[in-house]
Write a protein that binds this ligand. Sequence first.
Ligand SMILES: CC(C)(COP(=O)(O)OP(=O)(O)OC[C@H]1O[C@@H](n2cnc3c(N)ncnc32)[C@H](O)[C@@H]1OP(=O)(O)O)[C@@H](O)C(=O)NCCC(=O)NCCS
Length: 221
Amino acid sequence: MTAPYFAHPTAVVDAPAQVGAGTKIWHFCHVSAKAKIGARCIFGQNCFVADDVSIGDNVKVQNNVSIYTGTVIEDDVFLGPSCVLTNVSNPRAQVLRHSLYERTLLRRGCSIGANATVVCGVTVGRYAFIAAGAVVTKDVPDYALVMGVPGKQVGYMSRHGYRLTPPGKDGLWHDSVGGYRYKENNGVLSCLDLDEEKPLPATETQGSVSWEEARALRNRR
Ligand SMILES: CC(C)(COP(=O)(O)OP(=O)(O)OC[C@H]1O[C@@H](n2cnc3c(N)ncnc32)[C@H](O)[C@@H]1OP(=O)(O)O)[C@@H](O)C(=O)NCCC(=O)NCCS
């Protein structure tokens, strides 16, 4: 049975697509019959979800995003406006490759910036952050901030979306806004102060520090 969700009258949700409770699907979206969408997600205007796509809970999809077969999206992922996901590396109009769709995995809590492109076959790590307009061609480590064309890692972004300051004497990366500490182990970053599998504490889900203030705090460190 499909849980109660909202779909704007102009949206088309093909039966028997699975859509979780509290999800909102706005104007001119199309969800295909074999798509699976979790609870409390939001799809802005003009989004498409193809067959066999799996989307977790609390995923936020901004306007004009198409999510193609082969894509797996975990909980708490953010897809910026008009970002592009792909599922065939070598498309040709004359050659059918429907059985050869490549997998793209967007792991828990990652963000894809506006107008960024994720070339298929990659995994974007947990809480990674893809800058606006970047082109992702390789796997992205957890918490990595990737910018440019082709996308290169230029630092790390905190779970709350602030740039981390590089290690000082304590050998740890710091979020100057929240005060959380992150440790790098063999190229894998993890947060020492938060359970990465659990949602953020409710008190930390309302943003209150502007990007400019966050930048000033980071530079002061
Ligand atoms: C990456 C981002 C978080 C900014 O990071 P930042 O560390 O504050 O970057 P700064 O503004 O200090 O810029 C640092 C340098 O990176 C460059 N830069 C910033 N954003 C960039 C981007 N998206 N792509 C390429 N270069 C970028 C700047 O031009 C600057 O270059 P310079 O040192 O040669 O002058 C931001 O630019 C971004 O892309 N955010 C995503 C916005 C988005 O897509 N939102 C969607 C919801 S509306």
